[in-house]
Design a protein around this ligand. Structure first.
Ligand SMILES: *Cc1c(COP(=O)(O)O)cnc(C)c1O
Length: 430
């Protein structure tokens, strides 16, 4: 029994559940989708919160450009390219026998500077927000001051009294570890057993303490959360509940709007934007989807994309039980090569916030992730990690017209030897 219902009752109530439990690919469309203008005004977060986050990132831009020279060209703004895909359509057509209707772009967060994944949005933002708060309280800076000073020894000394803690499947740990260590914080990352060895090695080389857990992501987060309770010098970055992380991700929408305008790509309810977002616990894709609904309203349709073995957000949204149930409750194993998406229980706050705004959610098999990984390399010369391919099957899964954007959420940091293994696996499946 799960929440006092038998599996049979659950499956009767939610007919897609049976296929999900058999790890089949599913598409769930949200019948509770409502007009953005009706929903947004009553939410606890709004446009001003996103603008505040964007302004904070602008204040830090001179510092970022200073300490991470690879961001100098973009003046310290951490942003990724929007790339039109021209050849992958043929591969997808072969794989799914579905013609893609409309233009198709990749939002290449795999190329985000500093940590090479979508986590460079939320994770780095939350570390900066915490550092700013401490510096303001200590009288080290004012909001109109020169933020390059954050690189000074005086700041590092101050931050070295504090410890940042988080639980991660890998990439959040990388973002927080790299940014936190640069500012002078102590950093402790609790890694789930899905986390790749190279991610742990890289963090340790930066002086970050990595604690490995033989359990899954939810346990790693709980461990981290427990450790910080009652310690005023410890700051827990809560991937399951953090509003700050969420807003860091949401800023992406403002940036994307400017990129679409620069490319003369018009978005309207007649030519909607369809965005496909790889989803783990939900903070990253949820924050981006929230930002997109604020910016584009009903002219954008957002879909979450999950592995067939870890469809926690699809399960939570479909049933309305969000974080009250996990994929493991229904006998699913949460084992997937898409390590960034290996999450068995969704964030409750994200699902709840978006339940009337998200258009749907779908699942992809690991086999198809690997095939698309190889095709993306062969046809478009773009190298991604498995998680980042989940959005790519979106246009074929959802079958809508308009402008399609698959959010490719990671890849640049993957060591070549590890990438070659992924690629070989993909080729062997085609
Ligand atoms: C973390 C991650 C995601 C999903 O973000 P969540 O906030 O966990 O939903 C997607 N892709 C990659 C590569 C990630 O690391």
């Amino acid at each position: 029994m799960i929440l006092n219902k038998s599996i049979e009752q659950w499956q009767n109530e939610f007919p897609k559940l049976k296929n999900m439990m058999e790890y089949k690919e599913v598409l769930w469309l949200n019948d509770q989708l409502l007009p953005a203008a009706q929903i947004l005004p009553d939410l606890s977060l709004g446009e001003q919160d996103i603008l505040d986050a964007e302004a904070r990132l602008k204040r830090f831009a001179p510092y970022i450009a200073h300490v991470f020279p690879e961001t100098e060209e973009q003046a310290g703004i951490i942003e990724s390219p929007l790339t039109e895909l021209t050849h992958i359509q043929d591969s997808l057509k072969q794989q799914s026998s579905t013609e893609i209707n409309g233009s198709f772009y990749l939002k290449e967060d795999n190329k985000l500077p500093i940590s090479g994944s979508v986590k460079a949005r939320g994770g780095i933002y939350e570390v900066l927000a915490f550092a700013e708060k401490l510096a303001l309280e200590a009288g080290l800076i004012t909001e109109d001051g020169d933020y390059k000073k954050f690189a000074d020894d005086e700041f590092k000394q101050h931050f070295s009294q504090y410890t940042l803690v988080c639980g991660s499947t890998g990439n959040l740990g990388l973002s927080i570890g790299i940014m936190g260590a640069e500012l002078g914080f102590n950093v402790i990352i609790h890694m789930s057993d899905d986390a790749r060895k190279w991610k742990k090695d890289m963090l340790r080389s930066k002086g970050v303490t990595v604690i490995e857990h033989s359990d899954d992501y939810s346990k790693a987060v709980a461990e981290g959360r427990g450790e910080t309770v009652g310690d005023p010098k410890s700051y827990f970055i809560d991937d399951e509940n953090s509003i700050t992380l969420f807003l860091g991700y949401a800023v992406a929408a403002i940036r994307l709007k400017a990129q679409l305008q620069a490319e003369n790509i018009n978005i309207s309810t007649e030519q909607p934007l369809n965005v496909y977002l790889p989803c783990g616990v939900g903070g990253g894709p949820g924050g981006i989807a929230f930002g997109l609904k604020v910016v584009f309203g009903n002219a954008v349709n957002c879909y979450f994309a999950e592995p067939t073995h870890a469809p926690c957000m699809t399960l939570g949204l479909m049933t309305g039980y969000h974080d009250k149930i996990s994929v493991q409750d229904f006998g699913m194993d949460n084992v997937t090569a898409a390590d960034g998406l290996a999450v068995g229980r969704a964030s409750g706050f994200v699902g709840k916030l978006l339940e009337n705004l998200i258009s749907g959610s779908y699942t992809v098999s690991d086999e198809n992730l690997f095939k698309m990984l190889a095709e993306m390399d062969d046809k478009e010369n773009i190298k991604l990690e498995p998680s980042a391919l989940a959005g790519v099957s979106g246009p074929a899964a959802v079958k809508k017209g308009g402008v399609h954007i698959a959010w490719s959420t990671g890849g640049n940091m993957v060591p070549d030897a590890v990438y070659q293994e992924y690629y070989k696996q993909g080729k062997s499946l085609i």
